[in-house]
Design a protein around this ligand. Structure first.
Ligand code: TYD
Ligand code: MG
Length: 459
């Protein structure tokens, strides 16, 4: 009988420790260590190969020039947004993780993919819903589907691989990784060691059979995939499905992609009959805005590695009291005071006798200095009561002498603004060196001083 070994895993990042720790040395989270039982022993024989041949097939080293691959091998799906996010279609043998909060539409997206791929045999493995439930959902999405899609409700990896051998699918979807369990590990489904082992087995299967595998993974409130970073570096591609559950729009982002750019995003609308691709996203953002209001500016910010556009709102009004009020939501108050001082000193705006309120729409907290320029423009727009054009975006840090400074990942920000249908983006002159401006549809205006921006926008 195999001996068991007990170790402690950080449930946040997967850090392994022989003893319990209060604080994780890897991700600095508190109280995240849980004891898990791991089977002792060296390398495990993966299920799906033992079922087949009973022996391990060893890989041989090959000279790099003798390795051939065909570029056109990608499988194009009927879903253009998904194709784009994946970098031009599904790569055979790739392992793709789709993360998202519960109820956001991950199962819907994957089932829709399974039902709309007419030429491929797809195996949809669900550990969360019954066959009837999936059938009901499938009828909602596409009643006339001719796809050869197989549904398997199973959670043991051993049985899943048995079915895979029988059916020989050309695409496998796992819903979700947190429900799977492998017989090699004793701990419960959803624990770090189980999630890691099951993913490793799927990875071996994908790589050796050349079958692409999509794995659905739930995300915890903090935004990480549960059993989390462990998974992110094992898979080839990490996609995140996000959005407000109470709104109809969903965004699919590539967080990591070994086969394409990680700055791509796809937008969907959740309808009664599944997800609809939104090919012209500006329809969402722009239609929600009152174009003729002063005090509003759009900034291209980054959250982690993810670019997004946010609305900065400012209200400047005459102070009723001796001491003017300064209040910010989602933006550092000290930083706003600095920007106000720059406006006062360099450009002569008499803001010291006025109340200034600043708000980042959507309840976000922004620390990215790149939104300085939008903050500045929102404040001036409100003070002068002149609305800014609703099609412009700002991305730049502002220095103490009123210079527009360079920011990181400018290309991603421009690409996001471009994708979302904006017409002009104002950036720093020092930011565009070596940038291929013709790549983008959006007009890129590069300036070095805030004065020049005033002149261009307010005359
Ligand atoms: P689901 O795919 O189950 O989310 P996840 O797998 O990420 O947990 O989607 C759940 C929501 O989507 C649910 O609230 C109902 C809604 N929905 C629609 O609005 N239209 C549809 O056609 C389908 C299938 C679901
Ligand atoms: Mg689901």
């Amino acid at each position: 009988m195999a001996k068991t070994r007990r170790t402690y895993f950080c449930q946040n990042c997967g850090f392994e420790s022989a003893k319990w720790l209060g604080k994780c040395p890897s991700c600095s989270q508190w109280n995240t260590f849980i004891e898990e039982v791991v089977e002792k022993g060296g390398t495990k024989v993966p299920d799906w190969r033992t079922e087949k041949s009973g022996t391990l097939r060893a890989s041989k080293a090959a000279a790099i020039h003798s390795i051939v691959y065909k570029e056109e091998l990608r499988i194009e799906t009927p879903d253009q947004e998904l194709n784009r996010v994946l970098g031009g279609g599904i790569v055979p043998g790739s392992l793709v993780l789709i993360g998202g909060e519960p109820g956001i539409g991950k199962s819907t997206l994957m089932l829709q993919l399974a039902l709309t791929l007419p030429k491929l045999k797809v195996l949809y493995v669900s550990g969360e819903e019954s066959e009837q439930q999936i059938k009901m959902r499938a009828e909602r999405i596409d009643q006339s589907s001719k796809a050869s899609c197989y549904i398997l409700t199973e959670t043991a990896t051993k049985n899943i691989f048995k079915q895979i051998e029988q059916i020989a699918p050309e695409l496998v979807i796992i819903d979700s990784i947190q429900t799977l369990h492998s017989a090699h590990i004793d701990s419960s489904p959803g624990s770090v060691s189980q999630v890691r082992e099951c993913t490793a087995e799927l990875l071996r299967y994908a790589k050796e059979s050349g079958t692409p595998v999509f794995i659905i993974g739930h995300i915890t409130k903090e935004g990480s995939i549960a059993g989390p970073k462990v998974l992110e570096h094992m898979v080839d591609t990490v996609l995140q499905f996000e959005g407000d559950r109470h709104h109809v729009y969903r965004i699919l982002r590539a967080v990591k992609n070994r086969f394409g750019s990680s700055s791509e995003l796809g937008i969907y609308e959740m309808q009664g009959a599944g997800l609809r691709e939104v090919s012209n996203p500006s329809e969402i953002l722009l239609s929600q805005r009152e174009s003729s209001l002063s005090g509003i500016a759009i900034a291209a910010m980054l959250e982690g590695v993810r670019p997004m556009l946010i609305e900065v709102q400012a209200l400047v009004s005459t102070s009723a009291y001796g001491t003017p009020q300064r209040s910010t939501t989602g933006f550092e108050a000290k930083r706003m005071n600095m920007l106000l001082a720059v406006l006062e000193k360099r450009f002569g705006f008499r803001l010291s006798i006025q109340d200034v309120f600043l708000n980042i729409a959507g309840g976000l907290r922004v620390e990215d200095p790149a939104i300085d320029l939008a903050v500045l423009m929102a404040i001036i727009s409100s003070q002068q009561d002149i609305p800014l054009p609703s099609t412009v975006v700002f991305a730049g840090e502002v220095g103490l002498s009123g210079e527009i400074r360079a920011i990181n990942r400018i290309e991603q920000r421009i690409a996001e603004a471009d994708k979302l249908g904006f017409e002009t983006i104002y950036v720093s002159k020092y930011n565009i060196k070596g940038l291929d401006l013709n790549r983008f549809k959006i007009k890129i205006v590069a300036l070095s001083k805030v004065e020049e921006l005033f002149q261009q926008l307010f005359g």
